[in-house]
Design a protein around this ligand. Structure first.
Ligand SMILES: Nc1ncnc2c1ncn2[C@@H]1O[C@H](COP(=O)(O)OP(=O)(O)OP(=O)(O)O)[C@@H](O)[C@H]1O
Ligand SMILES: [Mg+2]
Length: 462
């Protein structure tokens, strides 16, 4: 690519951004990494857009400067301004050097821009919230699995997966053809899978007595104003509800002379609450399993016999983590199909309680080590208060122009021209931007090492 050197000088007034005013004849498009040779040394640069100037002149390149490259050293604090510097395509050695210098070690795919090097993530930057989106079938769940495998194998960060479709229930197994260092490490990891109805594996349970007063009221669908008498009965019975199992309490409530208590008893009976399989009874509840901090704990939320029960698990787990936030024990909370738990349109008291807890964790959890990774099909399906707190973005194929426009405003750190490529992504292709990548990157995800759980149902053929 050296033939492009002298014809296409770049300049930078601020040492942060750069322009190549005449890019005619170069193959450089948005997403390309360049090396800029300035009189004071070389700088790594990312092309963020390539566009025709307004007066119909030649196509120009614009982008950001990522840092200086001096021999075997990369310094992300960057260099200074320059005029008329030569640009060339960054070579493979430089990209590997940048990854090493920045601690990007989790290999998750292959960069789609030349020179097609491995794409790597910075494990230590999962100490932020991550937003992952793409339309149905774009490959979110598959790709999420690739990232989780890397995190589980190469970090000591405990992961809790909220899995609504049983997609991750086989995360503890390896594909027959899986080999290499990551597969070897995965083999040694402690991965727990909790399922609603199981023979042989740990059950997914919650304990009513351990839930907060607010959470109990939400389970009972009680509103403090609309249902003030029953709500008040729960307040006065909070000691009993915290120590006595509900099935023992129920006869007492039903036989009570107090109108509100009796109404509460009828409510519990009418809701069929005691028949919910989610209650722990003699089993261990999910919070105590998570407390053991296995490398990964998968909560299979999909298989309960009635709706709402998955919300009980989610709320009890999130409340407990929040209540113990001062312990500052890091955990990554991965929520696939996040709209189930944090859509702005959810209205039932239980769903609202889960969403509001997630909004709070998004806003304040970071410093306590409560980090979110949320995956969904459309940004509008997740409460805005959560999205705006996400410092990492993974975007897969998304054809809706409205959704893409929304993303560009939320994620200023993701170049607009790269977001605009999303409708043309193939399955498994993604844009990663934010702190967890050395620079905004278009990539094709690697293959999974662990089997997928509930994959698509095929059309029966004759
Ligand atoms: N990179 C990939 N390589 C091979 N197969 C893939 C890849 N990505 C996805 N698939 C396959 O495509 C199908 C859909 O992928 P996936 O379930 O990950 O999509 P999704 O974006 O999570 O969709 P939804 O929003 O409906 O959950 C799956 O059967 C999966 O096995
Ligand atoms: Mg999915």
């Amino acid at each position: 690519m050296t033939e492009h050197r002298t014809q296409h000088p770049a300049h930078s007034e601020d040492g942060r951004s750069f322009t190549v005013p005449d890019a005619a004849g170069t193959p450089f498009i948005a997403g390309t990494l360049l090396l800029v040779s300035t009189p004071s040394g070389r700088q790594l640069a990312l092309v963020e857009e390539r566009e025709q100037s307004v007066d119909g002149g030649p196509e120009a390149l614009r982008g950001r400067l990522l840092g200086t490259v001096e021999g075997a050293r990369f310094d992300p604090r960057g260099g200074g301004p320059f005029v008329a510097a030569e640009v060339e395509l960054a070579d493979a050695e430089t990209l590997d050097l940048v990854h090493t210098a920045m601690g990007a070690a989790l290999e998750v795919g292959v960069n789609l821009s030349p020179p097609m090097r491995p794409a790597r993530l910075l494990a230590h930057r999962f100490n932020r919230h991550t937003f992952w989106c793409g339309q149905s079938g774009s490959g979110k769940t598959y790709a999420l699995g690739v990232v989780l495998e890397q995190l589980i194998a190469h970090t000591a960060l405990p992961i809790v997966v909220f899995d609504p479709n049983s997609d991750f229930v086989r995360l503890g197994e390896l594909n027959a053809d899986a080999s290499g260092p990551t597969a070897e490490l995965l083999r040694q990891r402690d991965i727990r899978v909790l399922r609603p109805n199981t023979a042989g594996t740990d059950p997914l349970r919650a304990r009513f007595t351990s839930m907060t007063m607010e959470a109990k009221a939400a389970v009972l669908r009680l509103d403090p104003v609309v249902d003030r008498e029953e709500f008040n009965a729960v307040v006065h019975l909070s000691d009993s509800f915290s120590s006595i199992e509900t099935h023992e309490l129920l006869p007492e409530l039903l036989g009570s002379d107090d109108r509100a208590r009796r109404a509460l008893g009828l409510r519990i009976e009418n809701m069929g609450l005691l028949k919910w399989e989610v209650w722990a009874g003699h089993d261990r509840d999910a919070t105590s399993v998570i407390d053991e901090r296995a490398d990964a704990t998968v909560l299979d939320l999909g298989g309960f016999s009635t709706p709402d029960q998955h919300l009980v698990v989610a709320l009890s787990v999130l409340d407990e983590l929040w209540a113990r936030r001062e312990e500052r024990r890091p955990v990554l909370l991965v929520i696939d199909e996040a709209h189930n738990l944090c859509s702005p349109t959810l209205t039932s008291p239980l769903a609202v309680a889960v969403r509001e807890r997630l909004v709070q964790i998004a806003a304040e959890g970071r410093k306590f080590g409560l980090w979110l990774l949320l995956s969904t099909q459309r940004p509008s399906k997740v409460a805005p208060g959560i999205i705006s707190q996400c410092d990492n973005l993974a975007l897969m194929k998304m054809s809706s122009p409205v959704d893409l426009e929304g993303l560009a405003t939320y994620f200023g750190y993701a170049p607009t021209a790269l977001i605009a490529r999303s409708p043309w992504f193939r399955q498994g292709e993604a844009l990663f931007a934010g702190g967890f990548v050395p620079a905004p990157t278009l990539l094709s995800m690697n293959a999974r090492l662990t089997p997928e759980g509930g994959s698509d149902v095929g059309v029966p053929l004759r």
